[in-house]
Design a protein around this ligand. Structure first.
Ligand code: 13P
Length: 251
């Protein structure tokens, strides 16, 4: 990995969070005071907590992001949240195209690209997620699936400053299963080559995160795989004690 890439360790809280859980980012911010990391740190709570968490981590290097956004800036879209609203609430990043949204909300690559474009319009960094299902992996389609998702999900105008790619094998999410270091290296190197074709000279500088059952016990090993520039963490991001263990892999 080129020395110029600053890793990102991002927590995706998914549909978890409450006022009571604000103690975790507060604790994380306190723990961070004694830790010298070379990475960026991000927490993506449900949007209802964006502003609260922003306040709780004030003065620390922890950034706050969203988990999804609508492609439009505003309008008649009941229940949706725009990238501009996230930005207004203090977010600097937003995850788009998470496999749970691609599956549960039938989001296509084109929808994901439109959302990433909206993120850029609002001045947010888009974390564009891709990943194959177990069936696709077993069928030897992994690299082709990743190529197709990248081709369709990265909007024009994407660069290393406004875009992060997250490779999350669907079968590794929330299952305790992780891809082997060799599998991660193969996928990430493939993603690196593809984004270098799509994004030109920005491709080699763009961060590629691994996600799927990342925990303190496997973070160092996963980080060591070729072209891994950080982690997108679900379950293990909910507790400060676990999340700091992953962040420490990037010291
Ligand atoms: P887990 O870390 O819980 O497997 O979730 C990964 C994920 O989906 C992060 O976006």
């Amino acid at each position: 990995m080129p020395q110029t890439i600053k890793p990102l360790v991002a927590g995706n809280w998914k549909m978890n969070g409450s006022t009571a859980m604000l103690k975790e980012p507060r604790l994380l911010a306190a723990m961070m005071r004694d830790v010298k990391t070379k990475c960026d740190i991000l927490v993506c709570p449900p949007a209802i907590l964006t502003r609260r968490i922003k306040g709780v981590v004030k003065g620390s290097k922890i950034k706050v992001g969203g988990q999804d956004c609508h492609a439009a800036a505003s309008g008649a879209h009941t229940g949706d949240i725009s990238a501009e609203m996230l930005q207004d609430a203090g977010a600097t990043y937003v995850i788009v195209g998470h496999s749970e949204r691609r599956t549960n909300h039938k989001e296509s690559d084109a929808t994901v690209a439109a959302k990433a474009k909206a993120a850029h319009r609002a001045g947010l960094i888009a974390i564009i997620c891709i990943g194959e299902t177990l069936e696709q992996r077993k069928g030897g389609q992994t690299l082709a699936v990743l190529s197709e998702q990248l081709k369709g999900s990265i909007p024009e105008g994407s660069n290393a400053a406004n875009t992060v790619i997250a490779y999350e094998p669907v079968w590794a999410i929330g299952t305790g299963l992780t891809a082997s270091t060799a599998e991660v290296a193969e996928a990430h190197t493939h993603v690196r080559n593809d984004i270098s074709k799509i994004m030109g000279e920005e491709g080699p500088k763009t961060r590629i995160l691994y996600g799927g059952s990342v925990k303190p016990s496997n973070a160092v090993e996963l980080m060591g795989a070729a072209n891994v520039n950080g982690a997108l963490v679900g379950g293990a991001s909910l507790k400060a004690a676990d999340f700091i263990g992953i962040i420490k892999a990037y010291m």
